[in-house]
Design a protein around this ligand. Structure first.
Ligand code: SF4
Length: 411
């Protein structure tokens, strides 16, 4: 049993950094943390987050390169067969159009551009178009990471994407295996697992996440996180269901509170301590004014719009990140995570040296007296100065450029 006391939670965080694996019952207990102890949970998750990612926030930009008209019946998706949602519908963008959107990603301060197409899986022509666009993007912005999200892959397609320079492949598990039939009948959970595995075999960093709020039980939610850990996903997008009118789940989604969403992110950080945890679709709707608190467990956000739903103004995202004392990861210092595949993982910021070097910032233990490096419990206590630590986030913040695209982000 984990006593819900801040000291115990901080101790558990240190144990996780030392290699302890959180088990299902422990994760359920963390998820059940009472709202009044949420700050202690956030502070503990932040110890782990800061150990691996410092104060860096990775921004990702979505390009909906083909929208709507999908033959699959995913109940959460506005692009699904049977969905009556009013969304843009168009066939695959040209490579030139995708390159133009990548330029927007760079302008918006993103270090990863996600090329997403609707459908069960890509045709050979579609893989070729994404490969061509990737080569062109890499030529113009060699440091910009490319994540492809094209659905279920056939033999050889992952290798083709890798050879073109695709860094990461996204295919979400979305929910627990035992719950999968409730949300989709046209493909299986196992097919999703196999696609992630094929990306890994081709040397592409695997990205796979989930959607919270699809009538799953807490146990099923935790099972999904454990499955993602077993799958060795390098990046885990946590989506909070936006019940889009016209989708199968529009009237069945259960209400999500900002506090519950934050707890899910904390549990994800405890279960999968080293990976990129991305607070994804639904952040604006469900976390609302508490969005900045998501940065304590999560180290990654989408910037701008989702696939078929709007985000918020990019400058608002940037401002929230800066105001909370975090730093947007610059294009040249993009980290794919400490253990990620296919990446040089260059994290070279002042915060990294702060946490690993001497002084009182070490180990992300929360003992740094800079309010900008302090956990949420301290921050809420009113710390707003620049702090004593010369290596704190605010000392090196770059001036971020402007903002960005849109959907649920969960193909
Ligand atoms: S999530 Fe992807 S596969 Fe499922 S309906 Fe939407 S576009 Fe199609």
């Amino acid at each position: 049993m984990i006593a819900a006391h801040s000291t115990d939670l901080a101790d558990l965080a240190q144990q996780v950094i030392q290699g302890r694996q959180i088990q299902l019952d422990e994760a359920l207990e963390l998820l059940a943390t009472p709202d009044e102890q949420l700050l202690a949970l956030l502070s503990a998750a932040f110890i782990i987050r800061r150990n691996y990612y410092g104060m860096q926030v990775k921004l990702n930009y979505l390009v909906n390169a083909k929208s709507g008209l999908c033959p699959e019946d995913c109940q959460y998706c506005s692009q699904a067969k049977g969905a009556t949602s009013e969304i843009p519908k168009y066939s695959l963008m040209t490579a030139e159009q995708m390159v133009d959107r990548a330029a927007q990603a760079v302008r918006n301060g993103a270090s990863t551009c996600c090329l997403v197409i609707s459908g069960r899986g890509p045709s050979q022509r579609e893989v070729q178009a994404v490969a061509d666009a990737t080569r062109e993007i890499k030529q113009r912005w060699p440091s910009l990471k490319i994540c492809a999200c094209l659905g279920i892959l056939k033999d050889g397609q992952a290798t083709q994407l890798r050879q073109a320079g695709v860094d990461r492949y996204n295919h979400n598990l979305n929910t627990a295996e035992e719950h999968y039939r409730e949300i989709c009948s046209t493909h299986t959970y196992q097919q999703r697992v196999e696609t992630v595995e094929s990306a890994k075999e081709a040397g592409i960093s695997p990205c796979s996440g989930l959607i919270v709020g699809m009538q799953e039980s807490p146990q099923q939610l935790v099972q999904t996180l454990l499955a993602l850990r077993d799958l060795r996903a390098d990046s885990i997008p946590i989506n909070f269901l936006v019940p889009i009118p016209g989708t199968g789940l529009a009237d069945k989604a259960y209400p999500l509170t900002p506090q519950y969403c934050l707890k899910v992110l904390c549990v994800a950080r405890f279960v999968c301590p080293t990976v990129e945890i991305r607070c994804s679709a639904g952040r604006e709707k469900h976390l609302r004014t508490l969005q900045p608190f998501s940065l304590y467990p999560a180290n990654s956000w989408f910037v701008s719009d989702y696939l078929t739903t709007p985000g918020q103004e990019e400058e608002m995202d940037h401002q929230m990140i800066r105001d909370a004392g975090f730093e947007i990861e610059s294009l040249g210092a993009t980290s794919m995570g400490p253990n990620a595949m296919g990446s040089s993982n260059t994290v070279s910021t002042s915060n990294r040296s702060c946490q690993s070097g001497g002084g009182d910032c070490q180990n992300g233990s929360g003992s740094c007296h800079s309010s900008e490096a302090a956990g949420p419990a301290e921050a809420v206590g009113g710390g707003s100065g620049t702090g004593a630590c010369g290596q704190a986030a605010g000392a090196t913040n770059r001036t971020s450029v402007a903002t960005g695209c849109g959907g649920s982000g969960s193909c």
